[in-house]
Design a binder for this molecule. Sequence first.
Ligand code: F6R
Length: 610
Amino acid sequence: MCGIVGMIGNRNAVPVLVEGLKRLEYRGYDSAGVAVMGADGVEIRRSVGRLTQLERVLASSPVSAPLGIGHTRWATHGEASERNSHPHSGGQGRVAMVHNGIIENYAEIKSDLREQGAEFTSDTDTEVLAQLVASKTESGEFADGLREALREARGAYAIGLLARDQPDTLYAARLGSPLIVGRGPEGTYIASDVPAILPQVTDVIYLQDGEVARITREGVDIWDLEGRPVAPDWQQVELEETAVDSAGFETFMLKEIHEQTRVLGGLLDRYVNGLEVTLPDLNLDEETIRNLDRMMIVSCGTAYYAAMYGRLLIENFTTIAVETDLGSEYRYRNPRIDDNTLLATVSQSGETADTLASVKMAKEAGCPILAICNVFGSSLVREADHLIYTHAGPEIGVASTKAFTAQLTAFVFLALHLAEVRGELTFEKKAELLVALQKIPLSIHKVLESKDRIREVAEKHHDGPSSLYLGRRFNYPIALEGALKNKEISYQHAEGYAAGEMKHGPIALINEYLPVICICTDTEDEVAEKMISNVREVQARSGRIIAIASEGDTRLHEITEDILFVPKTRECLSPLVNVVALQLLAYYAAQARGTDIDKPRNLAKSVTVE
Ligand code: F6R
């Protein structure tokens, strides 16, 4: 979603702001802008479209100053246009603000301010907040007025703010949307995430909800919304620059697909020692695990498909009853939850609004919270009592790949750990699974090696308006994920379905034009034969079958010529391998269709608004 960068330093901030915004491009945006504290007050430059457009505006109308803020906007209130782009000003240019999040009571505030004579030039909630801050800071201590305005705002925000009367100060605040402060040799910065300012900083502070920061060249003061001082918690940056460049791959997504061997290998090294699974941040004591009889897993998008897989695994290995739900649905249900239910969440970013709202709701009901998350210091991590980090490294491609396989792996560890503590898994079974799991990075590597074949099949079938993905049991969530990847980056409509459900409706779609991707790798499982029967049903209606099958499986040869062979593994682990083939299939379809793979239209990397 929107991205924020700000700087106060000893050199021109504009190139740093633009570079920082470029590094935030992956979050998704449709317009951009910067504001600097010039000699005659705040100067703003904005444009709709990509950052190259903003660079053109800056080239024809240059600004330069050592203090500034920048923003990439993903439209929520009002269309994507220059007048709705950030920064917005309030009090006739007395303040300039960039903002992520949504001010829920903006309409009420706007009408009060209008009565007091304020005039608005945009449709945004941000301009309302900027005007509110301006109205509260007309006199008195600026920081007091700012906090008063923020106390009045309901909703979520991360803001960066310049004030004409304070030409050497950058203000920042957060509630519900991430924001960091960073320092380095040439200045102090604010940003939505660490990668945005990584080359500039050595230390960062992760601002907490309800904190307001005043940043000058002398240092950083932080208060809570009531004005109580908070000691800045500087943390050394550990991320390496190589983690956020594309390393010679044509896109970040392709790089991240290839990184999966390393990410999974790293997770195995970190969490498995011989035949022992150790989850150091889980902190679930054995008695709690033994008494656990209910788990609810809540997440969104790709992470929700990981949750579905997690449910199947945990149910398979333990007697815990597991349910899953989407964050956006769960938070509006009236679920039966109490302190005997473990509420688990899965999230790459740890900032997804619906996931976080569900967590807060469950917390209020007394549920312990378990988070499977990729981002240290994220909002979800701070809410959670029990953690499994997925250590996939920064994921820049908007469509999730390595974070997903890391989430699946985390669920394997969790399921094994729960089952073992509860005495529900024999040593032999656990050993068998761990041995098979150790082979998965190599299997993924083999899938990556077969990418030319996957490209060939993608190029043959990419042109139709739609496609159908079918899978059963452990591979049903993978059918959903394969379809999601395809629609996200190739813009081809794609539907994932439980293969057994096909007869109940989607079979009507099948004709000689419809590609039907069938995941058939499970050859010994109780659903194996049933899957083949489903494939035959597609064949009987002349569907264009693309099968994902285990190496050496000859059953499909007479059905289709488009078979993508992947290494054989245990059925419950096959999703980890199969999904890589589907990621590449979507990738090459998108390439053939000429889309912007790393930044698909309308999508945001982390969905921090409802
Ligand atoms: C799809 C994708 C999204 C995210 C979803 C949840 O490729 O990336 O569907 O999975 O927005 O995001 P996180 O995992 O950050 O909570």
